[in-house]
Design a protein. Structure first.
Lengths: 316, 230
């Protein structure tokens, strides 16, 4: 028995013994399959390593060089004419093929990018959204609108859409008196569509301020007292005192019932989905403050939240 | 030459370092320089916005709020387009933040307004039920430091070549010139003008009175800054 083999066996025994003791201190294998696999792997590694090392050290001790020497000789150092080992040759040729692939196709520029992944992900989610919510019933639109509202609108308009004590517009009714007064005093911006044709192109119209609002009953411009009266009337849902002022001043554009007229003026008696989606795409500035445009919502979400606001303004 | 290098390992190592460092410069720097160019639509901060940015830093808003929208669908749905490196070109220091105890603020100017911020900074839970953000009442009385903001602007313009008084391209194809004052007195007058535009949309009577009297509370500067985040 060679001393080398003895040393090998001793090292294997020492390492396995140490592992066994260490394992015992740590609480054993506990029947855990992962622990067992790890330990089995370690044992195999230790034995294989010691075996291979012993074999090659032994070979170095006993082997003598053989084969034909090449003609060339460098300072008395010669070289055998042995063929290239098969494994090396295969790896060498394989690397040439791999290099061509890496150069032409595999270079990371053509592989992964964060934005690429984002774009693919977005396209997938959008397609899924379109597919899933292609044909929505009114109830489904209402409930989708509610969740869109809670995320995007509730921070200002409140969870109950009541405007949180005047911090934003109260959406449970069409108009508040102060908003009516503000619009009469300042006129209204002109990006509310009063007509949408079949191609979807919109016609807009502007409302003049109080200097352009003529009361046909009194043959004079609208007065402060009349503004108060008609504002209360509109805010009450077109009921009560002030119907006469509305009829002689406002109805020529907004209609006798306040429901608006095609090509002329929007509905001020009720919210309509078209009106709400206009506000969403343009934002607005009114009696309370500024509302930004919400262009991040997709068409279905706009439709949903428009339906939802129209519904809750009617108390549904 | 190579023979000489082989005999002098120290200089050989220096040579290797130089070659690799050069390759690094050539490969990394151009991309980096390109990505950090301001994107179209990014403009330098006006004086009041700069003062608001300092209020933001002073109160450690960036400890709870990030300013970095990652390219994930869920995130862009909520906060808007993902952030680009060029958008931080005029941020010194950047305020990316590393924690989101509150929401991201990188595009808060797109979906919140002056009066909302006013209500919210006074009583966050009153606007957002369940919010754990504390109220920042002192911002309504403490005065913004316009002089330091002006010094910041000067530094940015002089040392970092931030284009004040020069046209910068905007998204709609037009250009916009952000003016910078020539003197401290002019700077204070400019900030006051900006503050008046902000307070026109605010409800707090005390704040309006202060601005009318020529004093600018921190909240006005902060709102100007938050509105500029788009």
């Amino acid at each position: 028995m060679n001393k080398l083999y003895l040393a090998g066996v001793a090292i294997v025994a020492a390492m396995l013994g140490f592992t066994y003791v260490a394992m015992d201190i740590k609480g054993g294998l506990n029947g855990d399959i992962v622990n067992m696999l790890a330990i089995a792997g370690a044992v195999v590694l230790v034995i294989a390593t010691v075996f291979v090392v012993t074999k090659y050290v032994r070979q170095m001790q006993s082997d003598t060089a053989t084969g034909d020497l090449a003609e060339e000789n460098w300072d008395s150092i010669g070289e055998y004419k042995n063929p290239l080992p098969m494994g090396w040759a295969i790896i060498f040729l394989g690397l040439i093929v791999w290099a061509a692939w890496y150069f032409l196709a595999g270079y990371p520029v053509n592989a992964y990018s964060q934005i690429g992944e984002y774009n693919e992900d977005s396209a997938k989610v959008n397609a899924k959204f379109e597919e899933k919510y292609k044909n929505l019933s009114t109830e489904e639109l209402h409930s989708m609108g509610e969740s869109v509202f809670l995320v995007n609108c509730a921070p200002c308009h409140g969870l109950a859409a009541d405007g949180m004590d005047g911090k934003a517009a109260n959406l449970t009714k069409r108009l508040e008196a102060k908003s009516v007064v503000y619009v009469i005093n300042h006129g209204s911006m002109n990006n509310i569509a009063v007509h949408t044709d079949d191609n979807g192109s919109k016609t807009t119209s502007a409302m003049p301020d109080r200097n352009g609002l003529f009361n046909s009953a009194t043959n004079a411009l609208i007065t402060d007292a009349e503004i108060e009266k008609v504002a209360t009337y509109v805010a009450n849902g077109m009921k009560g005192d002030g119907a006469d002022v509305f009829a002689s001043t406002c109805s020529s554009c907004h209609g006798a019932d306040g429901k608006g007229m095609d090509m002329v003026a929007p509905n001020i008696a009720d919210f309509t989905p078209a009106f709400v989606s206009d506000i969403l795409s343009h934002g607005k500035k009114g009696a309370i403050g500024t509302m930004p445009a919400f262009t991040n919502l997709n068409a279905t979400q706009v439709k949903a939240v428009s339906t939802y606001i129209t519904d809750i303004s009617k108390g549904e | 030459m190579f023979h000489w290098l082989e005999k002098h390992p120290f200089f050989f190592a220096v040579g290797v370092f130089l070659v690799i460092a050069f390759a690094g410069l050539v490969e990394i720097l151009p991309n980096f320089a390109q990505a950090s160019q301001p994107v179209v639509g990014t403009k330098p901060y006006t004086l009041l916005e700069m003062a608001g940015r300092e209020v933001y830093i002073k109160n450690s808003c960036n400890a709870c709020h990030s300013q970095l929208i990652r390219p994930f669908k869920a995130e862009t749905d909520r906060y808007g387009h993902y952030s680009l490196s060029g958008e931080y070109a005029y941020d010194r220091p950047f305020l990316w933040g590393s924690k989101r105890i509150g929401p991201d603020l990188h595009r808060v100017g797109d979906y919140r307004t002056t009066d909302w911020h006013e209500n919210h900074m006074k009583d966050p839970a009153g606007v957002v039920p369940g919010s754990i953000m504390p109220a920042y009442a002192w911002m309504f009385t403490n005065l913004a430091d316009i002089n330091t903001a002006y010094a910041d602007q000067l530094t940015n313009a002089e040392f970092f070549n931030v284009p004040y008084n020069k046209p910068v391209p905007m998204k709609d194809g037009t250009t916009l010139t952000v003016p910078m004052a020539k003197s401290v007195a002019e700077a204070n007058a400019m900030a006051l003008e900006e503050a008046k535009a902000i307070t026109a949309d605010m409800k707090d009577k005390d704040v309006q009175d202060m601005v009318a009297a020529g004093k600018i509370p921190e909240i006005v500067a902060l709102i100007a800054y938050l509105n500029s985040l788009k």
